[in-house]
Design a binder for this molecule. Structure first.
Ligand SMILES: *[C@@H]1O[C@H](CO)[C@@H](O)[C@H](O)[C@H]1NC(C)=O
Ligand SMILES: *[C@@H]1O[C@H](CO)[C@@H](O)[C@H](O)[C@H]1NC(C)=O
Ligand SMILES: *[C@@H]1O[C@H](CO)[C@@H](O)[C@H](O)[C@H]1NC(C)=O
Ligand SMILES: *[C@@H]1O[C@H](CO)[C@@H](O)[C@H](O)[C@H]1NC(C)=O
Length: 960
């Protein structure tokens, strides 16, 4: 140290007496060559420098100028560093003030000795990278990142055979052929993140494989695609860093990676790799960072993969893949591990207690797997742990104070969706101050968890479904002002809530499904989500709601005992996307001001005592996707302004007193309609034939009206019912920050009303029962291969059931009772293997009942009231010779054919057999629809869980 400062002093003295030499701080510098001086002045002329960064660029000794360094013996300029020291990404963003722009004059190529050129973080507004850079033969370092260049990277950069560092990342550059790179024989560090390489094909990896010194390779988000799984012979002997994340390879995992023993850092996340992760990866001796997150289809048996020594590993990311198997105890050997993310895979087995030895672990994500067993007590021994997620597994057992004994740094804890029982003493003071606590469906109660009182930093709190009863203690409302998320839904909490509720601005408050009483409490801060549904709140909706929470996005007060009218001020809450006031005792008319809520996506006012005409202003809601006005006393005609509701997917006006014709424009105006329910009104006239233009229509319920005429042939053209089912999420309306609204609908199927939610998007149904429809059985309906429910009962339909009715392969419920149908029951019906409900009673069918196959599962009541029908199960015997069908009847119940069909059906939905098989077994024992829907409910539950979880994670990241 001292020697250097003495040297510095000596140079300083030397400088002051020697005119030839110039000094810059402690560095001893040569005087600049005149030719270099002139060239720099010319370079300066080209550059626009609004902040006068180059103010030092005057005088004769250019070696002293800002950013310039010269060779200390020849005086030639060897370094030009014009990078912007205040990029927008830094803590003190001053981007725009220090930027250089303008042109780069060809005089730059005169610096033949230049080894270092840095123009990074400037704004050369879309000029191309000058080709003459390729003539700077001695260049070792070229940094042009985020400098505002655009266009093709000039191939003659390939002449830079001394270049060791090349950074051209983060700007709209393209390369169509990487062949020139083979000339960069000295290259160590290549950064082309975000450069468009989508035209280079898949030989880029072979080109780079020819660069023997390459250590750092950054090709993230370059539009690369195609297989990189085979490589001639492996030349990467020095490669330490490889980042090829965010590409679309759609390639088998390149096994050769596991042979590059020099690797320290590997990021191959979100790049569509599939296939097996090579076991050898676990043996890479120097690896510190491995991220394979979000490829979705990478598989490995954890027991094998994590048995690898991975002696130096610090970060391991595998989330959103298909890892399976169990975690081995040897995972405890990775003592340098700080971040471990295995969430959203298929990992089973227990959490090894050896994790307690991972003393450096700060973050561990195991959520969304199939882990079972208990949380080992050694978990409490992780002193650095700040983030821990085991949500959505099958973990059980008691979690006690021991499990947290040394977790003093814990900030984020997700234990939800397991079967944990949290058993801590009421006087427990946790060693941590947690910020984000997700304990959903952990058994916490019955008393309120008092230890929460110690948690002063809580921002996100979810203890929904926690078996907690009694009232919320008053201290809770003293700490609630920091809460951005409060979810206490699905408990048995009682009592009145403080009014106003005190929470943080923009909070999401979910107090639904409890036993809260009293008037509706309104928050003091402007919040986003307020869900008070399914409680015992009473009284009116506060008329000042719009003043209290003007920025609310989601409002649900459904399922309470609210009375009075809907306040007109609701129309002043312009951010609302969901209003659910269903299942209360609201009276009066719909305030027409609701038409001002122009972001509204879902409006549910069903099951109240609302009356009057439906206001025409609802037709202004261009974004409305779901409208439920069912089960009220609305009267008048179908509002003509609804023709503007072009986003509408669900329209439920059932059980009202609406009259007039069903307008024919429905088929054109409501182009996205998926569900049309007008059941139990007083609509008259015909069924509009252009309903068939509704290509997404999957539920058509016009039952119990006064409709006349025949069933239009065009119904056979309803596209959405004529195709295989597939899971889709149209009926989850994604809102904002992970909020979503879930569609539901009550339908009458098999003579019973049932509420459908998650499975609704899979249901197809036509119900025209209880009208005055006549004419022949609409043969065209047999084109609807995807139809699951058909109910035409209680009309005057005549003619015969067409023999090709069996082409309705998905049919689960068929009700043709109380009509004038005649002729034989087509024998082909016995092949309708999903048919779980059949009612042909009270018609004029005749002949033998084809009582075999699926038909043999129905009793007498299905065929009653048809005087001409004979044979089993009816008492009336057929004439001798007719009775040929009875023999091979009942064995079908367990037939392989049934399972095969089921399998085919469900695989059609895109589910893997592995998930499916357990449910198949149930499926054969229960009526088809129950099994089917409960099965799909589970799957969709999982899907929506993944969505929700992601949203929460993003939120947490955002707030970390
Ligand atoms: C000249 O520069 C070289 C490296 O470029 C350095 O090793 C050497 O010490 C310098 N000489 C003087 C006298 O500063
Ligand atoms: C290029 O410059 C930027 C900042 O100006 C720096 O962050 C980056 O690491 C440099 N690239 C190389 C390869 O040194
Ligand atoms: C390996 O690198 C050398 C240069 O060091 C090159 O000549 C050879 O072609 C490379 N091999 C492959 C398979 O690319
Ligand atoms: C790794 O862990 C296992 C099980 O905990 C242990 O038996 C083994 O000795 C450990 N290996 C090394 C190299 O530390």
């Amino acid at each position: 140290m001292e020697i250097f400062s003495v040297l510095g002093l000596v140079f300083a003295i030397l400088c002051s007496i020697t005119a030839e030499y110039a000094c810059n701080g402690d560095t001893y510098l040569a005087a600049c060559l005149e030719s270099d001086h002139d060239a720099l002045i010319d370079v300066k002329i080209g550059i626009k420098d609004p902040e006068n960064r180059l103010s030092s660029w005057h005088g004769s000794n250019c070696c002293q100028w800002r950013g310039i360094a010269c060779d200390n013996t020849t005086g030639a300029v060897i370094r030009i560093d014009l990078h912007n020291p205040y990029p927008s990404t830094s803590d003190t963003p001053r981007y725009g003030f220090w930027n250089l722009s303008g042109e780069i004059r060809p005089s730059l190529q005169k610096f033949k000795s230049l080894t270092h050129l840095d123009l990074s973080f400037n704004t050369f507004q879309g000029i191309p990278i000058p080709g003459f850079f390729g003539s700077l033969k001695n260049l070792q370092y070229l940094n042009l990142t985020t400098a505002g260049f655009r266009g093709s990277i000039p191939p003659n950069l390939g002449n830079l055979s001394s270049l060791q560092y090349l950074d051209v990342s983060s700007q709209p550059l393209t390369v169509d052929n990487l062949q020139w790179m083979t000339g960069l024989a000295s290259l160590k560090h290549l950064d082309m993140n975000q450069v468009d390489l989508s035209l280079v094909g898949s030989n880029w990896i072979e080109v780079l494989n020819k660069l023997p010194f390459l250590t750092d390779l950054h090709l993230s988000n370059c539009g690369l695609f195609g297989s990189i799984s085979s490589l001639g012979s492996l030349n990467f002997t020095s490669l330490a860093v490889i980042d090829i994340s965010l590409n679309s390879f759609n390639s088998k995992f390149p096994d050769w990676i596991a042979n590059v023993s020099s690797l320290v850092y590997v990021d191959m996340s979100q790049s569509i790799f599939h296939g097996r992760i090579p076991i050898g990866l676990g043996e890479l001796p120097n690896l510190q960072y491995l991220n394979l997150f979000g490829n979705q289809n990478l598989s490995a048996d954890c027991l094998e993969l994590f048995r690898g020594s991975w002696k130096k590993i610090e970060v391991l990311g595998f989330s959103d893949n298909k890892l399976h198997g169990k975690l081995p105890a040897s995972i405890g050997n990775m003592t340098f591990l700080t971040d471990f993310d295995l969430s959203s895979n298929g990992v089973g087995g227990g959490i090894p207690s050896s994790i307690g030895t991972l003393r450096n672990l700060t973050s561990m994500g195991l959520g969304g797997n199939e882990l079972n067993g208990t949380l080992p007590e050694s978990f409490g021994q992780l002193p650095e742990l700040t983030f821990f997620d085991v949500s959505s597994n099958q973990l059980t057992g008691i979690i006690s104070e021991v499990h947290f004994s040394k977790l003093s740094k814990l900030k984020i804890l997700f234990l939800s969706s397991n079967s944990f029982i949290l058993n801590v003493s009421s006087s427990w003071v946790p060693p941590f101050q947690v910020r984000n606590l997700d304990l959903g469906s952990c058994h916490l109660g019955p008393p309120f968890p008092d230890w929460l009182e110690s948690q002063k930093e809580l921002m996100y709190l979810d203890f929904s479904n926690g078996s907690i009863s009694g009232s919320i203690p008053s201290w809770f409302w003293d700490m609630s002002s920091n809460l951005s998320l409060l979810n206490v839904s699905l408990n048995q909490l009682t009592g009145q809530l403080p009014n106003p509720l005190i929470v943080a601005p923009f909070a999401d408050i979910d107090l639904s499904s409890n036993l809260f009483k009293g008037p509706i409490p309104l928050p003091l801060a402007e919040i986003e989500l307020l869900d008070l549904s399914n409680n015992q709140f009473s009284g009116p909706i506060p008329p000042n709601i719009s003043e209290s929470v003007p920025d609310l996005i989601f409002l649900s007060l459904s399922g309470n005992q609210l009375t009075g009218e809907i306040p007109a001020s609701i129309g002043e809450m312009m951010s609302l996307q969901v209003i659910d006031l269903s299942m209360n005792n609201l009276t009066g008319r719909i305030p027409s001001s609701i038409g001002n809520c122009s972001y509204l996506k879902a409006l549910d006012l069903g099951n109240n005592n609302l009356s009057g005409a439906i206001p025409s202003s609802l037709g202004q809601l261009q974004q409305l996707q779901s409208l439920h006005l069912n089960d009220n006393m609305f009267s008048g005609e179908f509002p003509t302004t609804f023709t503007n509701l072009s986003s509408l997917e669900t329209l439920d006006l059932g059980n009202n007193r609406l009259s007039g014709n069903i307008p024919t424009w429905i088929g054109n105006g409501l182009a996205n309609l998926r569900i049309l329910k007008l059941r139990s009104n007083a609509f008259s006239g015909g069924v509009p034939s252009n309903l068939s233009n509704l290509t997404s229509l999957q539920v058509l319920d016009l039952a119990k009206n006064n409709l006349t005429g025949s069933i239009p042939e065009s119904l056979g053209d309803l596209k959405a019912m004529a195709q295989e089912l597939k899971i889709n999420q149209y009926l989850f309306y994604g809102l904002y920050r992970g909020l979503y609204y879930e569609e539901s609908l009550v339908l009458n199927i098999k003579g019973q009303s049932q509420k459908y939610t998650k499975t609704l998007s899979l249901l197809t149904s036509i119900d025209l029962s209880g009208n005055n429809l006549n004419g022949d059985f609409p043969v065209e309906i047999t084109k609807l291969f995807g139809l699951m429910v058909l109910n035409l009962s209680g009309n005057h339909i005549s003619g015969q059931i067409p023999s090709n009715i069996s082409s309705l392969r998905q049919l689960g419920s068929l009700d043709l009772s109380r009509n004038k149908l005649s002729g034989a029951i087509p024998p082909s019906m016995s092949s309708l293997t999903f048919l779980g409900y059949l009612n042909l009673s009270n018609n004029n069918f005749s002949g033998v009942i084809p009582y075999r196959g699926q038909m043999a599962t129905f009793g007498e009541s299905a065929f009653d009231g048809n005087p001409g029908l004979c044979g089993y199960p009816l008492v009336l015997k057929c004439e001798v010779g007719e009775d040929s069908d009875k023999g091979n009847s009942v064995e079908n119940e367990d037939s392989d054919e049934f399972i095969d069909q089921w399998f085919y059906f469900s695989v059609g939905l895109g589910f893997a057999a592995g998930i499916l098989l357990p449910y198949l077994i149930i499926a054969t024992r229960k009526p088809w629809s129950d099994a089917y829907f409960s099965f799909v409910d589970k799957i969709v539950d999982r899907l929506s869980w993944v969505r929700e979880r992601r949203a929460t994670r993003n939120r947490n990241r955002h707030h970390q």
